[in-house]
Ligand binder design. Structure first.
Ligand code: TYD
Length: 213
């Protein structure tokens, strides 16, 4: 049976990942793979309701972290695990690295508590943690991201945070990447959209070759 593939996409708000996720989905579909395109927080009716709350209501930092992981648990059980079991390609716009980056970095919430929640929520029957097989991290200077976002839309709770919040989010992504360099691949998102797109293709292709898929 075809092996399921779990790829997540990360980066600060304004780093421009959405366009590239759609292109990756298209390429897998053209190669004949079933693709599930999903996002966090969200991806199930309950998780989308939780998304509305966490993106628009002020709340205590632990409450925020718990709601992110509650949404994730539901998403894992109802969408992610079944898709991987079917052998689909599951492309997720953000996953747990975003919690380490935004709650752990941006909010300076206790990193070790996040590690505990991650264990609790992502544990599999064999005791291993469910993680993406590959994470593409769109790394961008927060000042450039802020310029890109300025004209884009009405900001949500996170998008309206000051530049130093995003500097901390970016630093936490870098810390995660240094802890898991095999899984998390950095892409320079300051380049042109074409250059970023070709980097994304290269990273995905090299990884597929490495795992023999
Ligand atoms: P985002 O993925 O950027 O969606 P959109 O493109 O529709 O704005 O928005 C999700 C926001 O949620 C983003 O600001 C990051 C934040 N977030 C967290 O703070 N923690 C998390 O664990 C996740 C998954 C997202």
């Amino acid at each position: 049976m075809t092996r399921g593939l779990f790829i997540s996409f990360e980066g600060i708000d304004g780093a421009g990942k959405s366009t590239h996720i759609d292109r990756v989905a298209q390429r897998f579909r053209e190669a004949g793979r079933a693709v599930v395109l999903t996002r966090e927080p969200g991806g199930t009716p309950l998780s989308e309701s939780l998304r509305e709350l966490v993106l628009h209501q002020p709340m205590d930092a632990l409450t925020e972290a718990l709601l992110m992981f509650a949404a994730r648990r539901e998403h894992l059980v109802l969408v992610i695990e079944p898709a991987l079991a079917r052998g689909d390609v599951l492309l997720c716009d953000r996953f747990t690295d975003a919690t380490f980056a935004y709650q752990g970095g941006g909010r300076a919430f206790d990193w070790q508590v996040l590690v505990q929640l991650e264990r609790m929520v992502q544990i599999q029957p064999d005791g291993r943690l469910r993680q993406p097989d590959l994470t593409v991290w769109f790394d961008l200077d927060p000042h450039i991201a802020a310029q890109r976002l300025a004209s884009a839309r009405v900001p949500d709770k996170f998008e309206s945070q000051p530049a130093d919040f995003f500097a901390a989010v970016r630093a936490a992504y870098a810390k995660r990447q240094s802890e898991m360099p095999e899984r998390i691949v950095r892409i320079d998102a300051a380049q042109s959209i074409e250059a970023v797109g070709s980097d994304v293709s290269r990273v995905v292709n090299e990884w597929l070759k490495r795992i023999g898929a």
